[in-house]
Design a protein. Structure first.
Length: 409
């Protein structure tokens, strides 16, 4: 499950266009944050996750966060400060077993488009001409359609789809999406099919195309309500630190990951009823070319580190779904899985340390130095925290840890 937010200069404290996303994935699905430079291509085709697609002569430089096995991206930004993120949405339309993933559409658009309007038109063309399809999970069959938030320093759009049906609208102040369709009858643009359907009275895109069963159990509507109301409460005062606070938030005040909920924005794995966890997060201040990624799971425990186009940095390349202490994502994941054994005991003091490191990192102009600062934080706390798991932790995490070759509990 995922959550994407955008706040336009009309409502932010410093006139920023702020884009943000929590990417939720299967718990052993490591995510790579990498810089892909501008390129000139000679090949006629490019291999996406499942299918080949016509290549272009030149592509833009991008910074993306992607599941280790996928060509595309959960989220990212390009050298022109265009940012895109998607969420899975559950519709009553046919899902194709093979095709272009929404994540592949994100990378294609980032590589080929200069601004949000261009990217919107490009993704719409992909949906109408090629459709969308393929499983979005490495471990199991997971078919869905997509919603997108597309933003550049000047404007932003929401695009929602159901098969080849789609609607979009320009975002005036702020918007958030989770794992549920949100647009009723207030779109700016729509597919011809939707325009025809809308001629009947009381037409709603969300109501017409939502799969109520999966949408309900994903709790996307509750998470979307939470993020939307959080932005509404701070209209005119929204800044980077507040967006971090939202991405790190949980549904209950006194939080324990072992008793968490699919309603949590910062999602922790919880077994059958909570099969996903936040695997990586991004916040971009697009008008400043300021881009921050956690490059790890659970933003409540993570530091948002700066990434720069003029000083490229990539992390966790070569990751798989097996633990590897040479891979950043897995080193931090081991710490997170130890920490949640006794989360309630330590989180209050840990947040004080986390926030002190975060404040220093936000002023750094060296990505490696930011990672080093967090690594020191992790080492300090790994020496401190108790590494004893209770029965509930063992019940939830045992099989997942075994699959990843992690011996805990």
């Amino acid at each position: 499950m995922c959550d994407v937010l955008v706040a336009t200069p009309r409502v932010t404290k410093n006139g920023d266009m702020i884009f943000a996303k929590n990417s939720d994935r299967d718990p052993n699905e490591a995510q790579v944050v990498e810089y892909v430079p501008p390129m000139k291509h000679e090949d006629n085709m490019v291999k996406l996750t499942y299918v080949e697609f016509p290549q272009v002569e030149r592509t833009y430089g991008i910074i993306i966060s992607r599941p280790w096995w996928i060509w595309g991206a959960e989220m990212g930004v390009n050298e022109h400060s265009l940012a895109i993120g998607n969420t899975a949405v559950f519709t009553n339309q046919k899902k194709e077993e093979k095709g272009i993933l929404g994540m592949d559409m994100i990378r294609l658009a980032l590589e080929r488009c200069r601004d949000a309007k261009d990217a919107l038109n490009f993704i719409v063309e992909l949906i109408e001409k090629y459709g969308q399809g393929g499983s979005g999970s490495h471990e199991h069959r997971f078919l869905y359609h997509n919603s997108f938030i597309i933003a550049d320093p000047r404007e932003s759009y929401v695009l929602e789809t159901a098969g080849k049906h789609w609607v979009s609208k320009k975002i005036d102040k702020f918007y958030t999406i989770s794992n549920a369709l949100t647009i009723e009858d207030e779109w700016d643009l729509a597919s011809d099919s939707v325009e025809r359907m809308s001629k009947k009275s009381s037409f709603s895109f969300s109501r017409e195309f939502s799969d109520s069963f999966y949408t309900y159990f994903a709790h996307g509507r509750e998470r979307r309500r939470y993020t939307y109301e959080a932005l509404a409460r701070r209209e005119g005062e929204i800044d980077l630190e507040y967006i971090m606070q939202i991405l790190r938030s949980h549904n209950s005040g006194s939080y324990d990951p072992l008793h968490g909920s699919m309603k949590d924005v910062c999602m922790h794995y919880g077994g059958v009823t909570r099969p996903s966890q936040t695997a990586s997060s991004q916040i971009s201040l697009l008008n400043r070319d300021a881009n921050f990624f956690t490059a790890e799971s659970n933003p409540c425990l993570a530091i948002f580190k700066p990434f720069f186009f003029d000083k490229p940095y990539s992390v966790s390349q070569g990751a798989t779904d097996k633990y590897d202490d040479k891979i950043w994502w897995w080193r931090t994941e081991l710490f997170h899985r130890v920490f949640v054994m006794n989360y309630g005991k330590y989180i209050g003091e840990y947040i004080k340390d986390r926030d002190e490191v975060q404040a220093r990192v936000l002023n750094m102009d060296d990505t490696k130095a930011a990672f080093d600062a967090e690594e020191e934080l992790i080492k300090r706390w790994m020496r401190r925290i108790e590494k004893k798991a209770g029965w509930r932790y063992r019940r939830i995490w045992k099989k997942v840890n075994i699959r990843a070759n992690i011996l805990l509990g």
